[in-house]
Design a protein around this ligand. Structure first.
Ligand code: RFL
Ligand code: PHB
Length: 391
């Protein structure tokens, strides 16, 4: 097969890229290792920042988001002695929308169906070739094990944390910056109305906890657990008791209501940035280029921001033979990536507890500073909700 852009990965980054390219008349083919049903059912991110909402809306993908997404003008930070509401709207004039990644994926998938986008699902052994040349190509095995090959002018690596694109940049060219955290998140989805009106991040000496939501009848909750945690050790009762304790149920008017848990998983946390995000005709976007701990709610937002830069760069390159945007893509995208990487690290460091009493006192001091300082709250709010696409 031949196309203009071969996109590896049909997650949010890959599907949005194909959508934006198609809007400018650039053809693409997507190769995806999982089934369409599997990709559509993944429960992941929940919070969209304003610039992501703007990108999706401008791309004609904003109808359901507007109707069903809940606008969240801030977050609570709580700890046993106090709490603070960080009012993004008041502090930055920007807001966030709680709209599950599965819903974004559904909207992108519906748009892809409508335009007849070519997507090859259930591929394996995906390999990237000759990105140093003008005629790169990707090979794979299809669902029946038959070999396939797509030739293109450009390869877009949108294949997430575990795909092959990141390693297709030669070792001599790439730099990997990495941090592995000693914590994981145990995440649950529960069929119960949220007990909080805004996302609640809780510091506790036993470990961090968080209460988010997906709709008026579905809650999403997380607990800090040690790496290597076995889900079998966490009964539903133990999860609810621990959440109640760490979130401070019964304190300051907050009462956690439990309900049936429909999904449980453990998510290890790490930060990784690979530079550059372009090598030859290969461009990386989303988790393929960078991974963040979820504490700052940035992963999906960064994927959308990358693609919002990459799509016009590829259109200029392929339609006008204009290389300027393609050449600045990596540097521009990385400015935002490092800002988000710092923010996610900072939020993680402030809220996850261990056995070091000195660290705990610094965390509490920082939380009290946020509660007492307008400037501190503005800094957090700007990073959470207020980043513009070009920083
Ligand atoms: P994805 O979504 O992982 O999509 C990559 C796609 O590539 C496919 N693939 C391959 N295809 C072909 N050949 C191969 N060899 C392939 N290998 C992989 C995969 O099957 C997949 O379909 O990456 P993308 O598009 O870059 O999107 C990134 C986001 O998914 C990710 O950053 C967020 O989910 C992170 N994240 C959050 N981000 C936020 O912005 N806000 C949040 O509130 C938030 N919460 C979260 C999160 C991630 C979580 N988990 C489980 C990782 C909460 C959690 C629990
Ligand atoms: C979520 O709703 O899944 C969520 C919200 C905020 C985060 C991470 C995840 O920081």
């Amino acid at each position: 097969m031949r196309t203009e852009v071969v996109i590896i990965g049909a997650g949010p980054a890959g599907l949005l890229l194909s959508h934006l390219l198609a809007a400018d008349g650039v053809d693409s083919i997507l190769l995806e290792s999982r089934s369409r049903a599997h990709v559509g059912a993944r429960i992941r991110a929940g919070v969209l920042e304003q610039s992501s909402v703007d990108v999706l809306t401008a791309a004609g993908l904003g109808d359901r988001l507007k109707a069903e997404g809940g606008e969240h003008r801030g977050i609570y930070l709580t700890w046993p002695d106090d709490e603070v509401f960080i009012d993004f709207e008041e502090l930055t004039g920007r807001s966030t929308v709680v709209y599950g990644q599965a819903e974004v994926q559904k909207d992108l998938d519906a748009a892809a169906q409508r335009r007849g986008q070519q997507i090859v699902y259930e591929v394996s052994d995906t390999r990237v070739h000759d990105v140093d040349s003008d005629s790169p190509y990707v090979t794979y095995l299809d669902a029946d094990g038959a070999p396939g090959r797509v030739e293109a002018a450009v390869v877009a690596g949108c294949d997430g944390s575990f795909g092959p694109s990141r390693s297709a940049v030669p070792e001599a060219v790439r730099t990997r910056f990495e941090r592995v955290y000693p914590h994981s998140w145990l995440g649950v989805l529960a069929q119960v109305a949220p007990s909080t009106d805004h996302v609640r991040y809780a510091w506790h000496s036993d470990g961090f906890a968080m209460h988010s939501m997906r709709s008026s009848s579905v809650s999403r909750l997380y607990l800090q657990v040690p790496n290597g945690t076995d889900l079998a050790d966490w009964s539903d009762d133990r999860i609810w008791e621990t959440l109640s304790h760490r979130l401070g149920s019964g304190r300051r008017g907050f009462h956690l209501t439990s309900g049936p848990i429909t999904e449980k998983s453990v998510l290890p946390m790490r930060s990784l940035v690979q530079t550059p995000m372009r090598h030859g005709q290969l461009f990386l976007a989303g988790d393929a280029a960078h991974i963040l701990p979820p504490t700052g709610a940035k992963g999906l937002n960064l994927a959308i921001a990358d693609v919002a830069l990459l799509a016009p760069a590829l259109v200029s390159l392929l339609r006008k033979d204009d290389h300027v945007l393609a050449e600045s893509y990596s540097d521009l995208a990385l400015r935002r990536v490092w800002r988000a990487t710092h923010f996610a690290w900072w939020m993680t460091d402030m809220l996850h507890t261990g056995s070091d009493p000195f660290a705990a006192q610094l965390q509490l001091s920082q939380l009290r500073w946020l509660a007492s300082s307008h400037a501190a709250r503005t800094g957090l709010a700007e990073n959470f909700a207020g980043l513009s696409l070009h920083i």
